[in-house]
Every structure is written in structure tokens, then in C-alpha cells.
Write a protein that binds this ligand. Structure first.
Ligand code: ADP
Length: 169
């Protein structure tokens, strides 16, 4: 069985993430989406919320498993019988960091990294930009799955000090 991992923060999942996950599903028997538990980074959604949303929006693929992980990705790979990481490359700016991580993961545990070029529709898209736009009332409805959009609306509305809901989509 060919099993790969798509790791990330997914705070929250975007259509760019789903594009990479969906394409990986067509190439491998099983795609494990691994949500990084990072207690030092402020996140909008808890790890449990991110995992639940990802499970819901990927259930149609049939060969996706969503898990959480902390520590080294190579250790998660060893524990789950995974030999390769699949990552999306959005722009040249992603390249330097991703290459360093890929080389280190190979050096540490011979875990391979496979890069997919982003669908041009989503090459500008990141979770942090989606949160920023949504926070100021911009329309992100084409950039995230419907479930994520409604969760974003709820979360941002409840975070506003005056209780005034933001328009997200
Ligand atoms: P970021 O890297 O923006 O902090 P994540 O950690 O959630 O966001 O992303 C996990 C991985 O998903 C990234 O390393 C990248 O491989 C992929 N990814 C994120 N956004 C996109 C996108 N718009 N198109 C393709 N791949 C993406």
C-alpha cells in the first residue's frame, strides 16, 4: 500500500489544501492529512476543530485519513508506515524553506518529499490570508469549503469585542 502524508497547520483548511489532497488521492492508495499540534503558535481554531473540519470536507475522497501530530514529521511517518510527504508549492517564495525541510527529512529518516505545483487558481492562497481578509469582512467564499466558511463566520463573530458580526462571504 502506497501511503503518503500531507502535513500542515490547516488553520483553517482552504481550497488550495483540498486541491493538493484531492490530487494526491488520485495517485496514492491512502493520504494521511496530519494536523500539526503547535502550542506556541496562536491559532483561530483548535486542533480538534481543524481535524473535524478536515474529516468532513475530505470524506468524499474515500482514501483520506485525518490525524494530528506533534514533534518530528519523520517520527509520525515511521509510526504510520509512511515513506513520502506530499506538499504543494505555491510560489518561488515557498521553495527555499520547503527544500530545506525536504532535505532534512531525507537526511533524518530517508523520508522522500514530492512537490505538486499549485493550481494557479489558488497560488495566492494561504490560511493566514483567508483569516485576515475574512476578519475585515472580505469575501472568501470561493477560497474555502462551505463548512469552513460558516465556521469562520461563527468564530470571527464571537471574537468581535462589540458582538457586531463580520461579513465573511
Ligand atoms: P501554510 O504553509 O500557509 O502555513 P499550512 O501549514 O496549513 O499553511 O499548509 C500546509 C501545506 O499545504 C503547505 O506546506 C503547502 O504544501 C500546502 N498548501 C497550503 N496552501 C496551499 C495552496 N494555496 N496551494 C497549494 N498548496 C498549499
Amino acid at each position: 500500500m502506497q501511503r503518503v502524508v500531507c502535513p500542515g497547520s490547516f488553520d483553517p483548511a482552504t481550497n488550495g489544501h483540498l486541491d493538493i489532497i484531492g490530487r494526491a488521492c488520485g495517485l496514492y492508495d491512502e493520504v494521511v492529512v496530519a494536523v500539526l499540534i503547535n502550542i506556541t503558535k496562536h491559532s483561530l481554531f483548535t486542533v480538534d476543530e481543524r481535524v473535524d473540519m478536515l474529516r468532513e470536507v475530505t470524506k468524499g475522497y474515500g482514501n483520506v485519513r485525518v490525524e494530528r501530530f506533534h514533534g518530528l514529521l519523520v517520527d509520525f511517518c515511521a509510526a504510520n508506515g509512511i515513506t513520502a510527504v506530499v506538499k504543494g508549492l505555491r510560489a518561488v517564495s515557498d521553495f527555499e524553506y520547503e527544500m530545506q525541510m525536504a532535505q532534512m527529512n531525507y537526511r533524518l529518516a530517508k523520508v522522500e518529499t514530492l512537490f505538486m505545483t499549485t493550481n494557479p487558481l489558488y497560488s495566492f492562497l494561504s490560511s493566514s490570508l483567508v483569516k485576515e481578509i475574512a476578519k475585515y469582512g472580505g469575501d472568501v467564499s470561493e477560497l474555502v469549503p462551505e463548512l469552513v466558511l460558516s465556521q469562520l463566520q461563527g468564530r470571527l463573530a464571537s471574537e468581535l469585542p462589540d458582538g457586531e458580526p463580520h461579513r465573511v462571504g
